[in-house]
Ligand binder design. Structure first.
Ligand SMILES: Cc1cc2nc3c(=O)[nH]c(=O)nc-3n(C[C@H](O)[C@H](O)[C@H](O)COP(=O)(O)OP(=O)(O)OC[C@H]3O[C@@H](n4cnc5c(N)ncnc54)[C@H](O)[C@@H]3O)c2cc1C
Ligand code: SF4
Ligand code: SF4
Length: 409
């Protein structure tokens, strides 16, 4: 299987997830733009393919690695871990406001309040265009609290990485699993990451929709994006409703199940369908939903499944519990997570065949290591043929964005 050789090839073959790392590493050559389809992608300002080798070495469209092999517990599907626990934010307001049980927000707040980190790099609704997300640096716990919740559209958190590193202070990142893969790869050549980045916290991720999913919700209510003052995908309960507010004082709500009932309208980005690590194997700690069977049967108080991946993640979790930032009541195991996340189990078994399909159709494939993709290969020919056909029919093909477009497209 051949790897993509340029950033352009990553984007044009559907392997880009729009993480923003290109812009952070080379802002003089790459700038993140929203494509007409509603995907954040790097637009070329100046061409220097030789220099882009540095980006490709960490780009999650070109390489995906994790190494959990030294963790004390090992599972073929879920990888290495130090513990799996049911937990939630001890502060009831944080727990209510956050996407699930507020573990990621409570950890971010506690890292700041305890002086372990000077700031958190993560993402939040864009105040000027609340349906969209943008990377943010939170210096105060109150900011992390206000920015709780899952953003189901495009997010380019790593576009803020250079700004974060250039502050020369200890910090943590809250992001997606693919962002964690990129961070780990980047740390091989940027020693500032080992010195300054004290924790990589991620959510387990079923895939990021393009903005078309959110635009469809607006269309349903006959709303224009310019009229929207709030677009909250979930939270304020678990899972909580999707809520839209408008300048003229109207509010619209959809339940989580209504929002995600029709899978054909999810508009999940291609890279997500090919994702070899949506479970945070490159993170220190991953937080998930834990609904039996994989879907909520109603609202509840908010419970996260937390997978500590590293000794560092475990130490943070233990200290946050000891300090009263988090509560936890029971240990979980990999077979519990199979039940909570059947889509992740299916994906782990399907990825090898999908990648073969890509390769058969002549498309490039990212390099991967440490993710057990070949061991878990279910050798499903339908998956392989499906991926091959999608490449041949052009369904995975994308165009490079125009750098003269605004970020809002
Ligand atoms: C696109 C997407 C798909 C998901 N799919 C699954 C799934 O399949 N299974 C599952 O168990 N859980 C999934 N989740 C995760 C789930 O919604 C919760 O985020 C997770 O359980 C953590 O809950 P929490 O209460 O600790 O998060 P919170 O305390 O609300 O914290 C969320 C944090 O994540 C950051 N964040 C939110 N959205 C993004 C984003 N798009 N990119 C980068 N950072 C972001 C925020 O800045 C915030 O700091 C998904 C989340 C997203 C964004
Ligand atoms: S995945 Fe990230 S690093 Fe790779 S091309 Fe896309 S934005 Fe750039
Ligand atoms: S499914 Fe994978 S590629 Fe897609 S956003 Fe989630 S972690 Fe990133």
């Amino acid at each position: 299987m051949r790897q993509p050789e340029t950033i352009g090839e990553v984007v044009e073959t559907g392997l880009c997830i729009g993480c923003g790392l290109c812009e952070a590493i080379a802002p003089d050559r790459w700038t993140m733009r929203m494509t007409p389809e509603g995907r954040l992608r790097p637009a070329s300002i100046a061409s220097d393919p030789m220099a882009d080798a540095e980006i490709l070495a960490a780009c999650p469209g070109a390489t995906v690695e994790a190494d959990t092999s030294t963790a004390p517990f090992q599972d073929k599907v879920w990888g290495g871990y130090t513990s799996m626990t049911r937990a939630w934010a001890k502060d009831p307001d944080t727990r209510f406001r956050a996407a699930t049980g507020g573990v990621l927000t409570a950890l971010g707040m506690w890292l700041l309040n305890s002086g372990r980190a000077a700031f958190i790099l993560h993402c939040a609704a864009d105040p000027d265009a609340p349906m969209r997300s943008r990377w943010v640096i939170s210096d105060h716990a109150e900011q992390v609290y206000r920015r709780a919740g899952s953003r189901y559209g495009p997010s380019d958190t790593l576009a803020g990485l250079e700004k974060a590193l250039s502050r020369g202070q200890r910090f943590a990142i809250i992001a997606k699993p693919c962002d964690a893969n990129a961070i780990r790869a980047r740390a091989k050549t940027d020693p500032r990451l080992d010195d300054l980045l004290i924790a990589v916290l991620v959510m387990v991720c079923g895939g990021a929709s393009d903005l078309g999913k959110s635009r469809a919700v607006l269309e349903e209510y006959d709303l224009k994006e310019k009229d929207v003052t709030l677009f909250r995908y979930r939270g304020f309960g678990n899972p909580g409703p999707t809520r839209i507010e408008t300048r003229d004082g109207r509010a619209f709500e959809k339940t989580y199940l209504d929002m995600w009932a029709d899978e054909s309208g999810w508009r999940i980005q291609t890279r997500c369908k090919l994702c070899p690590d949506a479970i945070g194997e490159a993170s220190d700690l991953a937080a998930a939903d834990i609904w039996p069977g994989g879907a909520p049967s109603g609202e509840d108080a908010g419970f996260n499944g937390v997978i500590c991946r590293t000794a560092k993640g475990q130490a943070l979790m233990d200290a946050a519990i000891a300090d009263g930032a988090l509560a936890s009541d029971k240990a979980l195991g990999p077979r519990d997570f199979d039940d909570f996340q059947p889509h992740q189990v299916n994906k782990k078994h399907a990825i090898a065949a999908r990648l073969r399909g890509l390769s058969k159709a002549g498309a490039p494939v990212y390099h991967h290591a440490g993710l057990r993709i070949d061991v878990l290969d279910a050798a499903d020919e339908r998956e392989e043929d499906g991926a091959e056909q999608r490449v041949r029919s052009g369904r995975f093909a994308e165009n490079m964005p125009d750098p003269t477009e605004t970020k809002h497209g």
